[in-house]
Design a protein around this ligand. Structure first.
Ligand SMILES: CSCCC(=O)C(=O)COP(=O)(O)O
Ligand code: ZN
Length: 215
């Protein structure tokens, strides 16, 4: 894949973002959270651009050539490669939440099962777990942390509209599940975003165990 960068973006900057995405993806794939080429990852480059995974690649084996540049409308910049099929969900976060610089989306078994189990309620309410404090801005296990579950659709604008509606309501949003699909979460940097993803994976697993044990 040949990537021609705009003159405003240094090659080292893009390469650094690509390496950070590939490193994170490798770890998440090793954890089994990116089966069968699923999942996608991105990092903001500047106000107008982000680096994102090319669609359909094995997320456990990414190199620099598997990451491409897009603009904040989700259009490829300087390449003919096809960005992730879910690019609009990434650019939406960068446009709506300007402090966020990384978006991670995975398809772990726990995330997938939880999304199905909680789809009717439309939300997973996390309450009473100390690990809620791993989410930026959450300071106590006593608060309820809502993770919405949106219906899945192959039509990205519908998903974007569901996320927009939640954000427009003014309710906090740190992550969301898509029914039968997986999770999206984000953060100010890669470390924070990975912490969010790990914490949510753990907390969703706990909720599933509670349901199983109290059945
Ligand atoms: C084979 S997984 C179906 C698509 C998907 O949900 C996903 O996360 C990966 O899509 P991409 O286009 O980003 O590779
Ligand atoms: Zn997906």
């Amino acid at each position: 894949m040949s990537q021609v960068l705009p003159s405003s973006i240094a090659a080292e900057l893009f390469a650094g973002r690509a390496d950070a995405i590939a490193d994170a993806a490798r770890d998440l794939a090793l954890a089994g959270w990116t089966p069968a080429t699923s999942s996608n990852f991105s990092m903001r480059i500047d106000a107008e651009h982000a680096a994102i995974t090319i669609s359909g690649r094995d997320k456990g084996k990414l190199g620099r050539d598997d990451i491409m540049l897009i603009d904040m409308q989700g259009k490829a910049v300087g390449t003919d490669a096809r960005p992730s099929a879910e690019t609009e969900l990434h650019t939406q976060i960068y446009r709506r939440l300007p402090q966020m610089n990384v978006v991670l989306h995975t398809h772990s078994r726990t995330q997938s099962v939880a999304s199905r189990l909680f789809a009717k309620e439309g939300v997973v309410l996390l309450e009473g777990w100390e690990l809620q404090k791993a989410i930026a801005g959450e300071t106590t296990h006593e608060a309820a942390l809502a993770i919405p579950v949106f219906p899945n659709t192959q039509h990205m604008p519908e998903l974007v509209a569901q996320v927009d509606a939640w954000l427009d309501s003014g309710k906090p949003l740190h992550a969301y599940l898509i029914n039968g699909h997986g999770i999206y979460t984000w953060g100010r940097d890669m470390a924070e975003t990975r912490r969010h993803l790990e914490a949510l994976e753990f907390l969703l697993g706990c909720e599933l165990d509670l349901r199983r044990l109290s059945a």
